[in-house]
Design a protein around this ligand. Structure first.
Ligand SMILES: Nc1ncnc2c1ncn2[C@@H]1O[C@H](COP(=O)(O)OP(=O)(O)OP(=O)(O)O)[C@@H](O)[C@H]1O
Length: 310
């Protein structure tokens, strides 16, 4: 028995001349939330379709919840998988309740659990009686999430789940994701909104032109990328040059708006630089200090540049 919820081994998927997925290895452990990022056409949706068993690999092997997701014998396995597709299309003349009941019957899940699902995703009783054609984008996405949660999935694929949602709705969406993960659901989340993934995902997988080019926790990717750390100081303008000249040895200095100066240094030099700043005679004039780690956006750009160079 495998310990992984999903295991992708050496998988390639070709559509005619197009190699959508190229030699990808990927594992998803129970209760892990993994973010998959990549440009348009990087192969993210193709990989999800393979793990859903909607398509089969041209080469390689996929095991999901202990079986081959594409085999006819594995329909009980597919019932334990939830999927929120990138473009959700519900029938506009059905109400929210009719829609969820319809998908529950398709999945063999009991309709009696649907009220609890509506409550979980925050769809009010008045809303579930309305036709889907009257729904806002946020309401449709809540209904789509309820559909993905039918039957209590062990493995959940969310393809661009927060696109077009306002910040409050995004937050409530990620709160639901965190709760599911804490209860042991394995989640694979695709998004272009990299900033919002920070703090949500245990691991980040970077895809580029069908290949997996990076895979690790944010801390691991940071240490692999070796991007500079920035130390931001707020201090009177007249102090910037003197302080920078005394403590900023080996650090690149950038002036930002509002009397803020940024010193960029290698991660290993960070503690030494902070110590020099704290011991400097003008430290008393520093109104604020902030240490800014490389963002996921910056690391993503780094891994794509490295791939292009190779
Ligand atoms: N059914 C298909 N037939 C032919 N080519 C396909 C098919 N599905 C995907 N592709 C191609 O495979 C490549 C990867 O597409 P895929 O949809 O997996 O990318 P993606 O990373 O999900 O992109 P996006 O972020 O835009 O959704 C693209 O070049 C796409 O045109």
């Amino acid at each position: 028995m495998t310990d992984f919820t999903a295991e992708v081994q050496g998988v390639t998927k070709r559509y005619g001349e197009t190699e959508a997925v190229r030699g990808v290895d990927l594992t998803l452990a129970p209760g892990e939330c993994v973010a998959m990022v990549g440009h348009n056409g990087a192969g993210k949706s193709s990989l999800i379709k393979l793990m859903l068993g909607l398509t089969t690999p041209t080469e390689g092997r996929i095991r999901v919840l202990g079986g081959d997701p594409a085999s006819a014998a594995c329909s009980p396995i597919r019932r334990r998988i939830g999927f929120l597709p990138e473009n959700v299309a519900f029938h506009p003349s059905m109400t929210g309740r009719e829609t969820l009941d319809f998908y529950a019957r398709l999945k063999g899940a009991p309709c009696r659990d649907n009220d609890a699902l509506f409550e979980k995703v925050g769809l009010e009783p008045a809303a579930i009686r309305r036709r889907v054609s009257t729904y806002s984008k946020g309401m449709r996405q809540r209904l789509a999430l309820a559909q993905a949660l039918l039957g209590g999935p062990k493995l959940l694929f969310l393809d661009e789940p927060t696109t077009g949602l306002d910040p409050a709705l995004r937050q409530s969406f990620y709160a639901i994701v965190a709760e599911l993960r804490d209860r042991g659901t394995t989640i694979l989340l695709c998004s272009h909104a990299l900033t919002e993934l920070e703090g949500q995902a245990d691991r980040v997988v970077v895809m580029n032109r069908g290949r997996k080019v990076a895979d690790g926790s944010l801390a691991t990717l940071r240490s692999l990328a070796q991007l500079p750390v920035r130390i931001r100081l707020t201090l009177p303008t007249g102090e910037i040059d003197t302080l920078a000249a005394r403590v900023g040895e080996g650090a690149a200095l950038t002036r930002l708006a509002g009397g803020v100066v940024e010193l960029a240094c290698a991660n290993d030099d960070k503690v030494g630089l902070v110590r020099r700043i704290a011991c400097d005679g003008s430290a008393a004039n520093i109104a604020d200090i902030e240490i800014v780690q490389p963002s996921l956006d910056e690391m993503y750009a780094h891994f794509l540049r490295r791939e292009a160079a190779e």
